[in-house]
Design a protein around this ligand. Structure first.
Ligand code: FAD
Length: 401
């Protein structure tokens, strides 16, 4: 393996970022990924299988569901930086596994629950035993989330949820669904009147009074992504997250900054997987009596891929550090999300090219990295939405949109 990712090299590359502790965290996560995640991904992704419970349990033992959950609540008490570091490693094996670690936490914001219940469930979440599906998108509402139409109606001791949702990943496997609903006004009122609700349910099933079907997506296997129809789904009055109106939306939006940095980490991890596989293949594959790694076009491709990944990684370290310092990061989080995910599509496509015809088969993991990279430009806000956020910060919002 030519790629130089020894601990010493990392230390020299990133003197400001890589403490001994972080190097250790990175190296343990890398080992875990290569031994526990990659073989499962290679077996299950081609048959669209779900992430097995046994793997989820091992991830729970490693503490990966509780990276940012405070130690007193059963987590590791680490920051966004470590979260991104571990994410990159897991995504090198399987992006879906790097994604599922984002499904724990946030339960301390459920204002109606007792401190005891919040603590108990946060502790379970930190072990990976109480995980969320997130239901924001709707059939008619994607980028413009302020137009959410699904309704929650106040009915005595309960909320009653009715409306259609779309793209809800993990709706079946999760222990609860966090559903964004409108409690007052209509689409013209924008964020005002939007709240997030906890819909608890048995794992492996949809909630009562909610029907759904998996969407036939082209990648991101390991879990299913659902369209859902809530029809009078009743939940306790207490199951409401955070503050109301614009405040509630702001909570969602500030969570998106970390989510976008983590998406950059996912893109970097899978791009690195594609690069490492392409390097190995280029050294083994012989044409015209020599390894294809000896052709300048292959060498330069690999050089460009490695440089693009490293630039994205350093940018991610910078943004994660600022997020840990609680600095406002909406522009930078959008920049790194856009930069790293666009990079991942180019790099995984070049990796597939290095494999030639073999790349266009299910026989090598490079096709998985390529398919999953494509999604990173769409979810957590499309590339166009990131560019809109960045340009609005630079130029101010246009007078007429
Ligand atoms: C596999 C998968 C899993 C997902 N999982 C979840 C999930 O678990 N929970 C959840 O809530 N959602 C989920 N999503 C939804 C995802 O977040 C949305 O697909 C995404 O936000 C884009 O919304 P949309 O698909 O409706 O596209 P649209 O908003 O309809 O956009 C269509 C096109 O128009 C462009 N566009 C839109 N507005 C503008 C603008 N103002 N300026 C320039 N261009 C614009 C977009 O960039 C895009 O190219 C998932 C999606 C996929 C594909």
């Amino acid at each position: 393996m030519v790629m130089d990712r020894t601990e010493e090299a990392v230390r020299q590359d990133s003197p400001d970022y890589m403490t001994e502790e972080r190097l250790m965290i990175q190296s343990v996560a890398r080992d875990f990924t290569m031994k526990e995640v990659l073989p499962v991904a290679n077996e299950l992704d081609p048959v669209q299988g779900d992430i097995p419970m046994a793997l989820r349990e091992k991830m729970g033992e490693m503490g990966y569901f509780g990276i940012r959950i405070p130690e007193e609540y059963g987590g590791m008490g680490l920051g966004v930086f470590e979260y991104c570091l571990i994410t990159e490693e897991l995504a090198r094996g399987w992006m879906s596994v790097a994604s599922i670690i984002a499904r724990a936490g946030g339960l301390m914001n459920v204002q109606g629950w007792s401190e005891k219940k919040r603590l108990e469930l946060t502790r379970k979440a930190a072990r990976g035993e109480y995980l969320a599906a997130i239901s924001l998108s709707e059939p008619e509402v994607g980028s413009d989330l302020a137009k959410v139409a699904c309704r929650a109606v106040d009915d005595g001791d309960e909320w009653v949820i009715t409306g259609n949702k779309y793209w809800c990943t993990f709706a079946d496997g999760a222990d609860y669904i966090s559903v964004m609903c409108r409690v007052e006004g209509d689409a013209r009122d924008g964020y005002k009147g939007l709240r997030n609700f906890i819909v608890e349910k048995p794992r492996g099933e949809l909630p009562a009074n909610c029907k759904g079907a998996p969407i036939p997506k082209i990648g991101y296997f390991g879990w299913k992504t659902w369209e859902l129809a809530f029809d009078g789904c009743r939940i306790p009055k207490a199951n409401i997250i955070g503050n109301d109106g614009a405040e509630g939306f702001k909570t969602t939006a500030s969570g998106l900054e970390v989510a976008r940095a983590q998406t950059a980490a996912r893109a970097i991890g899978l791009a690195r997987g594609a690069l490492e596989d392409a390097i190995a293949y280029s050294q083994a594959r012989v044409q015209f009596d020599r390894p294809i790694a000896e052709f300048q076009e292959t060498r330069f491709k690999i050089a460009r891929m490695a440089a693009e990944i490293e630039a994205s990684r350093q940018f991610m370290y910078h943004v994660a550090t600022r997020l840990d310092n609680r600095q406002r990061q909406d522009k930078e989080a959008s920049m790194v999300k856009w930069f790293a995910t666009e990079m991942a599509e180019r790099v995984t496509s070049d990796a597939l090219q290095i494999f030639g015809g073999a790349g266009y088969t299910k026989l090598h993991a490079v096709e998985r990295y390529w398919r999953d990279a494509r999604l990173t430009k769409i979810f957590e806000g499309t590339s166009e939405i990131q560019l809109r956020i960045i340009s609005d910060r630079i130029l101010g919002k246009p007078a007429h949109r």
